[in-house]
Design a protein around this ligand. Structure first.
Ligand SMILES: [Zn+2]
Length: 431
């Protein structure tokens, strides 16, 4: 782990303040010094990177990640991938996230019981490349709801996308199994989803007794509960029971918004707008026309979600990017589209969208005082970007614009040496 000095960088520090020109010194895995002017000659043994005005920003956090989704068009094709291929797939995708500047990801559900846990462990032990990762359980659901893919004549649980439980005791058993495997969070499907016609988005499925049991068991081990909650009732249910991470939250009323605001310091919302928007406007890739997507309820849901999320954002609820990439219509790696969606549909400024991807990311990763900002003492997860994300969020979609990617003080992508001298743009040289 070398010490690295970025000089002449345009620093976006993740706080929400306007960028400034300065230097950032990384020592070990931490940011040791941030200065607003060119530093004096650096100490020996420091690798100096002349940023030449490129933007230096915190690494981004994807708040609703499914490594196990294999860019298929339906749940069956994800679920029926054999475990060996699926494990390799997750290892591949973990690197894809880091390659695209996502230095942290929050697992939102996986497709087989231990996939997320083994992927996280392999990243942490250095066996594979990937972002900081919080591992999730499978989706836990109830009969007939989103994630129950069993058929009456093929009643095998292995065929089901999610773990199907009925009643608090089955919930307890299921949650304890995932806790035993070592997950960081338990995922519950509280509402339906327009992607499954028999359980649309505005329906709510899980009983209060089941949710209460899941939360109780997770809390015993100090773990978090995240929920798939598109319906208004499911959002309220999640908040009543103390679930911290709310995915989607498309439909709300004043009571739900008041409850969200009352808990804003403790909860996170990651809407995962890509599914709705992509199916509505680009669904042809899987044979879904705009008219069909409207019939499935996606136009109504997008309108409701935009209204809900704008209200949440105004009330100070933390809305974070990421969500349900890994389907054929929105493959892994294109996740930064969410930042543009936030400007268009949620009413964020580009600055607010970037804060949601960085500072809020450190918070949802449970490292609020050491991750997600460029600040002395913080963990050195950094991106050097060729361009200005504040004037064009689209640059974050282009891998080639990410000149350097650093996680935990180590370059995942080293800046290119151009001419070898430190005077050249993005030159790398040892002092
Ligand atoms: Zn999801």
């Amino acid at each position: 782990m070398a010490n690295v000095l970025f000089t002449n960088a345009r620093i976006f520090d993740g706080s929400g303040a306007q960028p400034y020109t300065g230097d950032v010194l990384v020592q070990g895995n931490r940011i040791a010094r941030v200065s607003r002017s060119a530093s004096a000659a650096s100490a020996a043994g420091v690798t100096v990177i002349d940023a030449a005005g490129a933007t230096l920003m915190p690494g981004m956090c994807e708040a609703h990640t499914h490594f196990a989704w294999n860019n298929a068009a339906n749940f069956d094709d994800i679920q029926r991938m054999p475990p060996e291929e699926h494990t390799l797939w997750c290892a591949h995708v973990a690197k894809v996230y880091l390659d695209h500047g996502w230095t942290s990801c929050v697992g939102a559900a996986t497709a087989k019981p231990r996939l997320d846990v083994v992927t996280r462990n392999a990243i942490e032990s250095g066996l594979i490349k990937g972002p900081r990762y919080l591992a999730a359980s499978q989706e836990i659901t109830v009969a007939g709801s989103l994630g129950d893919e069993t058929l009456p004549h093929i009643p095998y649980p292995e065929y089901s996308f999610g773990q199907v439980v009925s009643g608090p005791e089955e919930m307890r058993k299921c949650v304890r199994m995932f806790l035993k495997y070592g997950v960081d969070s338990i995922k519950l499907n509280l509402s339906g989803d327009n992607f499954v016609p028999h359980a649309p988005a505005e329906t709510t499925w899980m009983s209060d007794e089941e949710v209460a049991m899941a939360v109780k068991e997770a809390k015993v081990r100090g773990k978090r509960v995240s929920v798939h909650a598109r319906s208004c009732e499911s959002v309220k249910q999640a908040l009543r029971h103390g679930c911290e991470v709310i995915y989607h939250a498309s439909f709300t009323d004043d009571e739900a918004l008041d409850m969200l605001e009352a808990h804003k310091d403790r909860i996170f919302v990651a809407p995962g707008l890509s599914v709705i928007i992509k199916l509505l406007y680009e669904g042809e890739v899987i044979g879904v026309s705009n008219a069909q997507a409207k019939d499935m309820g996606y136009e109504i849901e997008l309108e409701a979600a935009a209204k809900s999320l704008r209200a949440m954002h105004k009330r100070g609820v933390r809305v974070l990017p990421g969500g349900d990439y890994g389907f054929s219509w929105a493959p892994h790696g294109t996740n930064a589209m969410d930042l543009q969606y936030f400007v268009k549909y949620v009413g964020m400024t580009p600055m607010e969208a970037l804060v949601s991807a960085t500072r809020y990311g450190g918070q949802i990763m449970m490292k609020p005082n050491e991750l997600g900002m460029i600040k002395e003492g913080y963990l050195a997860d950094l991106l050097l970007v060729d361009g200005d994300p504040l004037s064009n969020l689209g640059v974050l979609l282009e891998k080639s614009k990410l000149l350097a990617i650093m996680k935990d003080g180590v370059f995942h992508k080293e800046p290119e040496v151009r001419g070898g001298a430190r005077t050249t743009r993005w030159g790398l040289s040892a002092a």
